[in-house]
Design a protein around this ligand. Sequence first.
Ligand SMILES: Cc1cc2nc3c(=O)[nH]c(=O)nc-3n(C[C@H](O)[C@H](O)[C@H](O)COP(=O)(O)OP(=O)(O)OC[C@H]3O[C@@H](n4cnc5c(N)ncnc54)[C@H](O)[C@@H]3O)c2cc1C
Length: 466
Amino acid sequence: MNPITDTCWWLREALEHPELVGDPAPELRADTTADVVIVGGGFTGLWTAWHLKVRDPGIDVVLLERDECGFGPSGRNGGFLNGFHDHVSGLLDMYGADGARAVLDAGDRAVAGVASWLATQGVDAWYRPDSSLAVASSPAQVGAWDAMLDAARRLGVEDRYTVLDRDALASRCSSPVFEGGVHVEDGGTLQPARLVRALRQACLDVGVRIHEHTPVTPPRGGGPVETAHGVVRAGAVVLGANAWMASWPGFRRRIVARATYIAITAPAPERLAEIGWTDGAGIYDLRSSLRYLRTTPDGRIALGVGGQRGSFSGRVDERFDTDTTGRRHCVAALHRFFPGFRDVAIEASWGGPIDVSSTHQPYVGTLADGRTHFALGYTGNGVGPTYLLGGILAARALGIQTPDTALPLVDAEPRPWPVQPFRGAGASMVNAAVVRRDDALDAGRRPDVLSRAVASMPDLFGYHIG
Ligand SMILES: Cc1cc2nc3c(=O)[nH]c(=O)nc-3n(C[C@H](O)[C@H](O)[C@H](O)COP(=O)(O)OP(=O)(O)OC[C@H]3O[C@@H](n4cnc5c(N)ncnc54)[C@H](O)[C@@H]3O)c2cc1C
């Protein structure tokens, strides 16, 4: 019994297919050497390994994974495969017009890269390139897309965004609480566990030496990478351990770990037909503690809620995997959006940690030793970006320059999160206030003064929390 594969419907479904269970990847049992050692077997680690092998088929790559590859967020997420078009306004603020355009283009190439990888590998990961709908799920959210549209116009990419009024949105997906939205032409949805497990096997097939059930001692840069039964000495080290790094020395102020939870219904294709949601578009609303939802080919809805618990120390524990409150929030949002789904069973629910950076943008960095590289800060948008950042990490590990290594997200160290206790206690207080404020606005009430004040504090101090 594994608590993750038992609860996460994506993983359970993927692991019914022997080719996605794949070959074994035994624990590391002795010291070894490699050209590159990668820590973490999610999309970041696996794409880095893949890009390394594409660039240099003879390179010796060892990948160390604490659990099994893809059992972290990479196999558990909402399955939205997007670039950066939702973040156009933040990108323009951070990187200026040229930098923002370059990141948007790179995000598009990442989405196309994943789609083409699936096609050339013959992997059916249910990819449907039907883009996303950003919706107002209460009157208070109407117009929350203005900054996005304004930035898009300034960058000359406004043709990727189509504003939908209430009726136009209802023809794509009808909900009594959807007030309108924006169709953002960017990617679509897929079955994430199928992708990550296929990628794991593809890496094994090209000779990546994967050792699962092999947690590493958090590396500080400099020495070998240490595990309980052996060390790995390598010319370059790549850290792709995502939210787990929030408690690692040297990373504690770079990200905070927050939870997000998903619930998935039983198949109900006839109910989806009734609401007219028959394509593969992903939908998210415009609360700060957002809800994201998508369908599956057999007619389910998977709905996730963001902005959930963190942990005071930054340590990712089992509360990130399952949580009854998180499940309750998912189910309440599902029934509010689609009352016709009240009698459809909820078949599974699960959660996972995300690595929130203070800019909400991911970046690649290198530790002072010059040979330990990392990617962090996906903040809930990593399925597409990990392909891009994995390519950059591979180039860094090889010591080569590529057009992507010149992107402004490389070495874009975000403003550090505050020191403890403000990071742990402060983040929890702000989180709770944001949810209270969002809930009040959804219910058509004015949020109380305290919630409004606490929820707006991060902005006052220059932290972007969504
Ligand atoms: C519920 C949920 C929904 C999401 N929805 C979406 C979405 O729809 N679209 C989107 O783009 N993004 C989404 N995300 C975010 C996305 O899943 C991540 O950004 C992405 O998977 C990050 O990949 P990664 O490889 O960096 O991290 P992970 O997948 O977290 O992989 C890190 C790996 O490192 C391993 N590890 C940790 N510590 C150690 C150690 N000491 N030694 C060895 N290994 C270690 C972990 O076990 C894990 O397998 C979601 C995340 C969650 C949790």
